[in-house]
Design a protein around this ligand. Sequence first.
Ligand code: PGA
Length: 242
Amino acid sequence: MIVSNWKMNGSKESVEKWLNEVSKNIHPRENNPCVFCPPACYLDLSRKIIDENSSLIKLGSQIIESSTQNALTGGISSQMLKDYSTDYVLIGHSEQREHYKEDNSSLRLKLNSAIQSQISVIFCLGEPEEIKNNNQTQEFLIDQLELLEEEDFGLLTLAYEPIWAIGTGLKAENKYIDNIHGFLKNYCQTRFDLKQNVSVVYGGSVKLENCEEILSSDNVDGLLIGGASLDPETFSKIYNIS
Ligand code: PGA
């Protein structure tokens, strides 16, 4: 799975250009979905352009509200996301954990909301720099996995994004990524007694120049890309390498 996370970037014009170009450049395969996550205000437009191009690009939302009550100013519900045939949603991104003070209990409610509506979840987790330096990464990640349940895994992909690597240009070393992904897969498989494979994608300063090396690990099932995904040509090249 290759995911483009636009964060708070873009305009109507750039969304249109990106989708038209990427639709021509790539042919997403079912076993390697391409997911486009624009800001929520461009979901409708994105849906239209994807359909016009008969493209297999999947639409993903950066946000989802946990509540289904309609008296919530600023909320976007899972039903609204379904209205635009949104297939994926990012939950637990470190920027939202920090800025919106999201914790395991509020993230659990968002997961419930997505999964009840059959929207696939890309669940982000990762450690800050001081935790890595103190060799406490595994304990930290175990705590972030605490809210998950066995039933989630039918619609769940993990996105390992070390916080110190996001937007910094400091991609984690390949051996480190491979180790952590292996740990996440084994831990979930055992803890939740899973039959199926746990899919784990990597995010944090992924670039055209480093993507092939990251993807060469058997424990890496895809990429979650921020900054480098904004340019349609670069993103298409990354998808085509994957
Ligand atoms: P980056 O962001 O690729 O710009 O580091 C990744 C992310 O936050 O999803």
